[in-house]
Design a protein around this ligand. Structure first.
Ligand SMILES: [Zn+2]
Length: 153
């Protein structure tokens, strides 16, 4: 498992545990921007691990991914993408030209992507594969909702 998701989850779990104030949590909803390159499955696994022994243990995790907006200087199009960032423009161009969803970065590449700043330029226009793009949004990281179990006293 990657350290990145574990770190994210540890922070979320800490906040949830504090909000819970002794109650048990039944479910949480977390919003994560596509730029964080987090997948639902790895996030859930990391969350479960981080939540062990806290109020959030056994809580259901709903992950909502927000898209990035890509404004292209080349063709003038604005598109939204749910894809994770690609490490290099070459990779991104290859993905834009390929049919089907873009492949995510490899694990080795992701290990280097700890800082969001490094992700700038990691998108290309899905229309023309140009790399002169302005990327906005998709960097959200928020705990949207927490549901608590009703307790019989
Ligand atoms: Zn374009």
């Amino acid at each position: 498992m990657r350290g990145y998701e574990s770190g994210l989850c540890a922070e979320f779990v800490e906040v949830i545990h504090r909000q819970a104030a002794g109650r048990r949590v039944s479910a949480v909803r977390v919003r994560v921007g596509a730029r964080h390159a987090v997948t639902a499955e790895t996030f859930r696994q990391a969350f479960c691990r981080a939540a062990r022994g806290t109020a959030a243990q056994d809580a259901a995790v709903h992950l909502v991914v927000s898209p990035v907006t890509i404004d292209c200087d080349g063709c003038g199009r604005r598109t939204e993408s749910m894809d994770p960032p690609l490490r290099t423009p070459a990779r991104a161009r290859a993905a834009a030209g390929a049919a089907g969803p873009a492949p995510g970065p490899s694990l080795a590449e992701l290990d280097e992507l700890d800082e969001l700043d490094e992700l700038d330029g990691a998108y290309v226009c899905p229309r023309c594969a140009g790399d002169r793009v302005t990327v906005s949004g998709g960097d959200e990281l928020a705990l949207e909702a927490v549901w608590f179990r009703t307790q019989a006293r």
